[in-house]
Design a protein around this ligand. Structure first.
Ligand code: ATP
Length: 335
């Protein structure tokens, strides 16, 4: 039976990478009925909102969405679609795999990190105020409930994916109460998962380790802001934003997305690298139980780069989005 999935192509290079991703999934043989809805800056111009209600309803109904990059019109009071989706659907876990691909000269061969980032609180809770002119305050909100939930997710994920170790990333030496609470929750959750080794690391030490020994790191679990920064550091280690996928997972819905922006500098020029969204779709296929199709696409991407297949300009090649996608589709269809 076909899966019904919401597709939000997005702005800028979004439609190009979304189209490429649909073609690759089709080549894998998986049956998907796409419910295409748009959201973002272009929609806001016509509809006065970046996220029309029917888009949210579609994701709620289908429980799974694939989303391209979305722009937020600046300075017009529009809320970011990404933030709104996370809040309205309570997508509390942001999962960002950082995996090296052969032939792309990653800093470390064999890098295979998964960053599990808490998505709902921390300095992103929006609790900011001007105490008086010249003095601003941001409140870092950390709750035991959110910490326990994200740590449970990370350990469950590690068990499900056959991972050995989960490391909590914190700065509890300075933020003794807030990050201390994360550590406390992590230790309790770890006791319930004896098959996975728990480990603790301070965030600055983690940044150093990622640059020096990325291939020794396994699953990381952390707060919103540290997760945001470490995820982009990770992307830089393995070939950039055109490569790395991401997912936002909740109890009742999951949104798989390219983590790069709308790349207005190359939009509409057939130059975008669709690999990030394709790899997000691979995560989505695993999530909906289509692991065979996921593995076919994964293996084809690896073989494509290992054997020196055409690359888009962000990876030092000269292939267009279409040429790269054509080559990948051919591989996937015969894998
Ligand atoms: P936004 O305001 O939407 O975040 P941005 O241009 O500030 O857009 P990104 O879209 O993430 O931020 O782009 C940063 C740089 O990386 C740009 O030069 C862009 O062309 C490049 N880039 C991002 N994603 C891709 C991609 N999928 N393929 C090729 N280049 C990309």
């Amino acid at each position: 039976m076909a899966h019904t999935i919401t597709l939000i192509p997005g702005d800028g290079i979004g439609p190009e990478v979304a189209d490429a991703t649909r073609r690759v999934l089709e080549a894998s043989g998986v049956a998907i009925d796409w419910e295409v809805h748009n959201a973002g800056a272009e929609v806001a111009e016509k509809r006065g909102t970046t996220l029309p209600e029917e888009v949210l309803e579609s994701v709620r109904r289908n429980t799974i969405a694939l989303k391209g990059p979305i722009g937020t019109p600046i300075g017009k009071g529009f809320k970011s679609v990404n933030v709104t989706l996370r809040q309205k659907l309570d997508l509390y876990a942001n999962v960002r795999p950082v995996k090296s691909l052969p032939g792309l000269e990653p800093r470390f061969e064999g890098t295979d990190i998964v960053i599990v980032r808490e998505n709902t609180e921390d300095l992103y809770a929006g609790l900011e105020l001007m105490i008086m002119p010249g003095i601003a305050q941001s409140i870092k909100l950390i709750t035991a409930q959110a910490c326990t939930r994200i740590c449970e997710y990370a350990f469950d994920y590690a068990e499900r994916m056959g991972r050995k170790r989960v490391t909590v990333i914190h700065k509890a030496n300075i933020m003794k109460l807030s990050d201390g609470l994360l550590l406390e929750c992590f230790r309790k959750v770890a006791q319930r998962h004896p098959r996975v080794e728990p480990h603790e690391m301070i965030v600055d030490a983690c940044a150093l380790q990622m640059v020096k020994n990325a291939n020794k790191i396994d699953v990381l679990v952390t707060e919103n802001l540290y997760g945001d920064i470490l995820s982009d550091l990770g992307a830089g280690l393995v070939g950039g934003l055109g490569i790395v996928p991401g997912a936002n997972i909740g109890e009742s819905a999951a949104v798989f997305e390219a983590v790069h922006g709308t790349a207005p500098d190359i939009a509409g020029k057939d130059l975008a690298n669709p690999t990030a969204l394709i790899q997000s779709a691979v995560m989505m296929l695993h999530h909906i139980g289509e692991s065979r199709a996921a593995e076919r696409i994964e293996a084809s991407i690896i073989a494509h780069f290992r054997e020196g297949g055409p690359r888009t300009p962000d990876l030092g090649g000269s292939a267009s989005t279409r040429e790269y996608t054509d080559a990948l589709c051919k591989r996937v269809a015969s894998a």
